[in-house]
Design a protein around this ligand. Structure first.
Ligand code: GLU
Length: 360
């Protein structure tokens, strides 16, 4: 009897795992998603991407029969799950406390965070006068001016000391005041390679040679630093991190976590449905920056946006993506078991490597 029961069990298992009798064949599960490369990509109606392949694998292992339904934005996607139009949702849906109150989320499917994207590659000076003035009065300039002043005090004093007694020397008086002013003027002029006089006393000339050489190094360093500052400023349009977004127009997607965060930064959030519209707004310069999910922006910056956009700073505001279900969904637990198995047996790592280039 025991043997018979075992045989029946083995037969049933064989049927299920061969796919002849799907375990959940009775219902076609409606999976809401939205296009957001590289999580979800759409080509001629065919869906691919990290989230799609992950769900396909979960469905394969659990024998869930399903069909995808594509929604325009995360807000309508979540609504479809809440109202029962869809049975679950997968794309780049961040797990948040507010959403957890209304939905059930699977185990995290990807670590994410927000990042800033700005237009770049067009570093040509669009406001040369503004650039000149802002460089002239920048902190960098003040810092270098102070360094130059302190440095010049040394040779000025040495030259004053040895040159003041020379009858045709560059210091017309032996007194400290105003003698040191003449010496300092000579040192400052030499530093900018503009000196029109040279010391006559030999010891002072030795000092002058050392000072001239130091000047060359000084000007080279100063020029390099100013060039770097200018380039960074032009590329970044003055945006170096989230704190610089205040007062700026920032493109986000409708109903996203980014839209909420941008609102809190005293920036003006301009909402779009499709991510392509977000990128387009940046290229059209109708916004100053984009704030969105780091994996999505990184993919864009490395592919279609290459050379046209720049990612600013590291990701901030850590978030995890999850698969979203209505509360009490019967699919939640089977999904979690399959997802954890996929993580445990290395399939997840392979998927991650395929879509993000690095093993997780
Ligand atoms: N991770 C974002 C969120 O869940 C994505 C938004 C979107 O799909 O546009 O809010």
């Amino acid at each position: 009897m025991k043997l018979f029961r075992k045989l029946v069990l083995v037969f049933c298992l064989a049927l299920v795992s061969s796919g002849i009798v799907p375990a959940h064949a009775a219902t076609e599960v409606r999976v809401a998603t939205r296009v957001l490369p590289p999580m979800v990509m759409s080509q001629d109606g065919a869906l691919s991407g990290f989230s799609i392949e992950l769900w396909n694998e979960i469905a394969r292992r659990t024998n869930i029969v399903f069909k995808y339904e594509v929604y325009p934005d995360v807000r309508s996607l979540l609504e479809s799950v809440q109202t029962g139009k869809a049975d679950l949702g997968i794309a780049a849906i961040s797990i948040t406390a507010a959403r957890e109150e209304v939905f059930n989320f699977s185990q995290p499917i990807l670590n994410s965070g927000l990042q800033i994207l700005i237009g770049g590659g067009n570093a040509a000076a669009e406001n040369p006068l503004g650039d000149l003035l802002s460089l002239l009065f920048s902190r960098t300039s003040v810092m270098w001016l102070s360094i130059a002043f302190l440095l010049a005090l040394g040779p000025a004093h040495l030259v004053w000391l040895v040159e003041r007694r020379h009858p045709e020397g560059i210091i017309p008086t032996t007194r400290y005041f105003p003698g040191i002013f003449y010496a300092f003027y000579w040192a400052a002029a030499t530093l900018t390679t503009q000196a029109d006089t040279a010391p006559r006393q030999w010891l002072a000339r030795v000092v002058a040679i050392f000072w001239m050489f130091s000047s060359i190094v000084f000007v080279a360093l100063y020029t390099a630093q100013l060039t770097a500052t200018l380039t960074v400023k032009q590329i970044n349009a003055g945006i170096g991190g989230p704190e610089d977004l205040a007062g700026k127009r920032v493109a986000v997607t409708k109903g996203s976590t980014a839209a909420k965060v941008v609102g809190g930064l005293r920036a003006e959030a301009v909402e779009f449905s499709k991510i392509d519209e977000v990128y387009q707004a940046l290229h059209d310069k109708s916004v100053d920056a984009v704030v969105f999910d780091s994996p999505v922006l990184m993919h864009y910056a490395a592919n279609e946006g290459k050379g046209r956009v720049t990612l600013v700073g590291p990701p901030f505001g850590k978030e995890d993506y999850g698969i979203v279900f209505p509360q009490g969904s019967k699919w939640l637990s089977v999904t979690n078991v399959a997802l954890l198995r996929i993580k445990e047996d290395g399939t997840y790592q392979r998927l991650h490597e395929k879509w993000f280039g690095v093993a997780k």
